[in-house]
Design a protein around this ligand. Structure first.
Ligand SMILES: [Zn+2]
Length: 119
């Protein structure tokens, strides 16, 4: 543990899933357990920000849905041109959200990159 700290590693609030030891983040960005060595954790910060973004997307999507429905109801009441223009914008937003959500779907982790530069 002291070796890790001496090497410039920082102790994290997360603990090793196997032994419960505090985990360390190395200067290289790798997460290491003092007992088990390198650990492949999905960055919890990343997961948290993904969850936040998803919540925002859901909120905007709901808003878009209600705007679209309100605009659709207002069609034919005289302001058609304006309403259609707005409708188009909200539909574009809704479509973008769908695209972003699709891209955020959990994907298979990429094949572990084999380190080629053996020095
Ligand atoms: Zn461990």
């Amino acid at each position: 543990m002291t070796e890790l700290l001496r090497a410039g590693a920082t102790m994290l609030a997360e603990t090793c899933p196997s032994c419960g030891s505090p985990l360390f983040r190395l200067k290289s960005g790798e997460i290491q357990c003092p007992l088990h060595g390198k650990i492949y954790l999905v960055s919890t910060e990343e997961e948290a920000s993904t969850a936040t973004l998803m919540a925002v997307l859901n909120r905007v999507e709901e808003l878009a849905a209600s705007k679209i429905s309100a605009l659709a109801n207002s069609l034919g009441s005289g302001n058609d041109y304006e309403a259609i223009e707005l409708l188009d914008k909200w539909l574009t937003i809704a479509l973008r959200i769908q695209e972003i959500k699709r891209m955020m779907q959990p994907q298979k982790p990429p094949e572990e990159a084999v380190s080629k530069d053996k020095k």
